[in-house]
Design a protein around this ligand. Structure first.
Ligand code: URA
Length: 426
């Protein structure tokens, strides 16, 4: 007998109390082992969402989640290791060009990524557009690729923070994803367990993000930066705008194509800007402040690194990506300027086209998605193409059209330009 009862822990948090270290260690461990039931953990997660947690409680909860599994040792990798994590957005393909770019500049990037759920896309789903590429690597393969290529993007193994795996799935279906202590501990437990030496966080703010306002995003960023520091991982965060989708593509294959354009020295200005801003932070955090990521994009080193990374995981970087048979082009009805493209509504449109999944077991459509022809601020004439919807199945287009139409506003005057990088926390 442990001397604890789940219902007492739930009541303590429900009534606004502070959980002891021993209560936290016990409840996280007992839940992972199936001794605390899902409904009890769901009640506790809701109490945490409503009552919050102290800094000490969050630190202990994170440590307990790390302790639920293994912690990788990346010491066989001779280069400094640095990873990046985005809290998730629409059109957020930055990991794809960023990982090989930072590797090309001398660091090693151990990027354990996830799959999309809801309106936000997942890096692994996007990369699976590349014929032959495989997401699952053993720990031995992961460390060997990190040592030899310097860049890995793969699925997190079952052994890393299993408490988070179970809890995240439960939060997803109980309306408890949005609790800052639970988001911070979820993200940081996985990143700390992965063994990276440094970490740069891209905390998204806006309609397409978990955090809808800057104050909440700043609190999440500060909480994660402190957690990283407390576990010996140099951590900084950028708060970045997610009220508009990133770049011109939202989906899987379409985002890979755009990422390759960035690696070839082109691509949309906002994707290049954010990729370089995060690369500079990562290289500084890795102790390589003089590296020049813009030069690595220009001179082909980043592209070479991408090709090596894709090949190392069985992918063919030269294979054509699948294209969608159904394409619907939507045109402007009046002259003016694109005033806004709402990230959330466009993310839902891409999801309805099949780019995302409704349940975590569902497959995603590789070629489905949205391609924007205009960005906010662009002038338009009546009849100009605004965006196109792509799907494998024409039956998916009408519902997506309704969301996409809601997302895009054309107005007589140009909107004010918003900065992409809002603030740095570190
Ligand atoms: N991403 C995570 O890994 N965990 C969360 O709780 C939210 C976003």
């Amino acid at each position: 007998m442990s001397g604890f009862a789940a219902v007492d822990v739930i009541r303590a948090k429900r009534d606004g109390g502070v959980l002891s270290d021993a209560q936290i260690d016990w409840v996280v461990d007992a839940y992972t082992r199936g001794l605390v039931a899902d409904e009890q953990m769901a009640a506790l997660a809701m109490a945490i969402l409503l009552r919050g947690m102290s800094a000490q409680e969050i630190a202990r909860w994170t440590a307990a989640m790390i302790a639920s599994g293994e912690r990788l040792d990346l010491s066989p990798v001779s280069r400094p290791t640095v990873d990046k994590h985005s809290t998730g957005g629409v059109g957020d393909k930055i990991t794809l060009p960023l990982t090989p770019l930072v590797a090309a500049c001398g660091a090693a990037v151990p990027q354990l990524s996830g799959r999309g759920l809801g309106h936000t896309g997942g890096t692994l789903d996007k990369l699976e557009s590349v014929p032959g590429w495989r997401a699952a690597l053993s720990n031995v393969e992961f460390i060997a690729q990190l040592r030899d290529v310097g860049a890995v993007i793969c699925a997190a193994g079952e052994g890393l923070a299993p408490a988070d795996r179970k809890l995240y799935a439960l939060r997803d279906v109980t309306g408890t994803v949005e609790a800052i202590p639970l988001i911070a501990s979820s993200i940081m437990s996985k990143k700390i367990a992965e063994g990276t030496g440094a970490l740069v966080l891209d905390v998204k703010v806006g309609t397409g993000a978990f955090m809808k306002n800057v104050d909440d995003a700043r609190e999440l960023a500060r909480t994660m930066v402190e957690l990283g520091g407390a576990h010996g991982v140099r951590t900084v965060a950028l708060l970045t705008d997610m009220s508009t989708p990133l770049g011109l593509t939202i989906g899987n294959a379409v985002e890979v194509t755009e990422s390759v354009e960035v690696l070839a020295g082109g691509g949309p200005a906002d994707v290049v800007e954010l990729t370089l801003a995060l690369a500079r932070e990562m290289l500084a955090a890795a102790g390589l402040p003089d590296a020049d990521p813009a030069a690595a994009l220009r001179d082909g080193r980043a592209m070479d690194s991408w090709r090596r990374m894709i090949r190392a995981q069985g992918g063919d970087p030269d294979a054509p990506l699948p294209t969608a048979p159904e394409v619907e082009v939507v045109r402007a009805e009046s002259d003016g300027f694109v005033a806004a493209i709402d990230a959330y509504a466009m993310g839902v449109a891409a999801w309805r086209l099949g780019a995302g999944r409704a349940r975590k077991e569902d497959p995603v459509s590789i070629p489905a998605g949205v391609v924007l022809h205009k960005r906010p601020g662009d002038p338009v004439r009546a009849g100009d193409p605004l965006y196109e919807l792509r799907a494998e199945d024409a039956g998916r287009i009408p519902a997506a059209l309704a969301d996409a139409a809601r997302a895009v506003t054309v107005a007589p005057a140009a909107p004010e330009r918003k900065p992409l990088v809002i603030e740095r926390v570190g």
